[in-house]
Write a protein that binds this ligand. Structure first.
Ligand SMILES: Nc1ncnc2c1ncn2[C@@H]1O[C@H](COP(=O)(O)OP(=O)(O)OP(=O)(O)O)[C@@H](O)[C@H]1O
Ligand SMILES: [Mg+2]
Length: 508
């Protein structure tokens, strides 16, 4: 066993120990360091399990349990031609990504294994394989290369180039907002990846910080191309069995509506939301559930990034808003246009294709003025199919937690909510009264005494009665009285319209 493999086995052991709740990550780390030190003195170290028992971090039962899990994992995940080394990540689709060795070429690869529920569906398996083949045909520096795909023991797996580095999500999590020029250079590389994918007819559908790996020398690599499409049904909607398509923090409005004909402009929106996150360290919207988030992508304008982080230039702030336009017709229309606009931002120039935004350092006034008109009319409701995007199990867990919280705070909040309800009811009632008063405010002719107004209303009622009974002459007379009593008022206009309406009815 090589030294590297021994270390990886130790890490795998430790990962299971932590995952099974048998010990803490720090204890594993301490034992791995002891092993490392012994090796550096040229001593063949004890197995990590033995060290952990000696240090009192584990007992024999714990070690047995870990070995059992390890064995089970190797059996279930025995993928011919690959040696699994360690778990490197777990994603929203419920898949796990392992570092593995491709035996035939003796090289390290990343192996994504999807949960068994995917492999059960024949249509899914076929789509998964055909999409992976399409991705494997691509050859671009900024796209993670696909190597192999298959299905074994009820698991679908996808083998890809292994990239040493951090995802954009990890970078932001570790150090907050990414410096603007660096963020733009990463974005430019993702745009190059999208351009290449688009030339081959591929749309990503799940561009997000978790799917952009940043390798050495800041080379950005786009991951999971095509996988989101497979996770969705043929009609573009999330699988009816409730397979989630990942976080909706970056979802385009058209995807949130469940539209099937999403194109590169949807990726451009998601990239905009990703750049937003890079520049501000925050997602454009926050929400307590995927549904709330998707509704916000459909209906709310994001706050200009410059307002959240004043270090962001006006050019970049406007670029993000341009990419995140609600209507795809209002965004850059192609990856080439997208690239041009990012290059402009790198030069400190505001987007050429974006709608004019007003002045002001916050980059918001013009936008606000504009969105209060056209965009406000575009605000829409999410489709009923959105609920399919939500993992039913996660939803159930959330719902349970919500109920428990609700019971706990109900007592304390009851009085508060009753008074709040009364206050809201009162405010609404006052508002209605004001609106009614304004709408029905009689247009009083200057100088017309209020009693004449009142009488005019009574006469209108009387006239309506006559008209209803077919007594047209009487009705006509009363309408004329109204006009005489309150000329130029709205009552007079009503009377005139009735007179016109009656025309020659009744013979006169
Ligand atoms: N090719 C790769 N090389 C190295 N690490 C990778 C590679 N692909 C994925 N990873 C790591 O695995 C983690 C999980 O990836 P995965 O794609 O499963 O999750 P995700 O993107 O967060 O969610 P989703 O399931 O929605 O794609 C990533 O965050 C990244 O750290
Ligand atoms: Mg991913």
């Amino acid at each position: 066993m090589t030294q590297a493999t021994a270390t990886q086995q130790g890490m795998l052991f430790g990962e299971i120990a932590v995952r099974e709740g048998l010990t803490a990550g720090e204890s594993v780390q301490a034992c791995l360091e002891i092993q490392q030190k012994l090796r550096s003195f040229g001593v063949v170290p004890k197995r990590i399990g033995e060290i952990m028992i000696e240090k009192g971090y584990l007992d024999q039962n714990g070690v047995n349990r870990i070995l059992e899990v390890q064995q089970h994992r190797q059996q279930t995940l025995a993928i011919p031609g690959y040696e699994i080394q360690e778990l490197i990540g777990k994603g929203g689709m419920g898949g796990q990504v392992y570092k593995a060795r491709q035996v035939s070429l003796d090289r390290i690869v990343a192996l994504k294994v999807l949960p068994p529920r995917y492999a059960k569906d024949r249509t899914f398996r076929e789509r998964f394989i055909s999409e992976a083949r399409a991705v494997a045909r691509l050859n671009h520096e900024n796209i993670i290369a696909g190597i192999d795909v298959g299905e074994v023991n009820g698991y679908c797996y996808f083998v890809m180039e292994y990239v040493e580095g951090d995802t954009v999500a990890e970078l932001v999590e570790a150090r907050g907002a990414i410096e603007e020029k660096r963020a733009l250079r990463i974005t430019l590389q993702v745009a190059a990846a999208l351009t290449h994918a688009a030339k081959h007819g591929l749309v990503h559908r799940d561009v997000k910080p978790q799917n952009i790996l940043v390798a050495n020398h800041d080379i950005a690599k786009l991951c999971d191309l095509g996988l989101a499409k497979v996770a969705e049904g043929d009609d573009g909607e999330a699988d009816r069995k409730g397979i989630p398509i990942g976080t909706p923090h970056y979802i385009s409005p058209e995807q949130a509506r469940g539209e099937s004909d999403v194109d590169i402009r949807s990726d451009i929106y998601s990239l905009g939301a990703t750049v937003y996150h890079m520049l501000t360290g925050e997602t454009p919207f926050v929400g307590s559930s995927p549904m709330v988030l998707m509704t916000k992508h459909l209906t709310e304008d994001p706050e200009p990034p410059k307002r959240r982080n004043p270090k962001v230039s006006r050019a970049s702030s406007d670029l993000v808003l341009y990419l995140m336009e609600k209507r795809r017709e209002d965004r850059p229309q192609s990856p080439e246009e997208l690239t041009d606009e990012i290059e402009r931002a790198l030069d400190g120039k505001r987007p050429a294709g974006a709608p004019k935004r007003g002045g002001g350092g916050g980059g918001g006034s013009g936008r606000e003025a504009r969105t209060s008109g056209a965009n406000a009319r575009r605000r829409e409701k999410p489709s009923a199919s959105l609920s399919a995007y939500i993992d039913p199990e996660a939803q159930e867990r959330r719902e349970r937690a919500r109920r428990i919280r609700a019971v706990r705070i109900r007592g304390a909040k009851q009085t508060e909510s009753v008074s709040l309800a009364v206050a809201i009811f009162g405010a609404v009632a006052v508002l209605i009264i004001i609106i009614v008063a304004v709408i029905f405010r009689p247009e009083i002719k200057p100088g017309a005494p209020p009693q004449d107004e009142e009488r005019a209303v009574l006469l209108l009622k009387k006239a309506a009665g006559h008209k209803g009974r077919g007594e047209y002459d009487e009705a006509r007379r009363e309408y004329e009285n109204v006009i005489r009593l309150a000329p130029s008022s709205q009552w007079a206009r009503i009377a005139e319209s009735h007179l016109a309406d009656m025309g020659s009815a009744g013979g006169s």
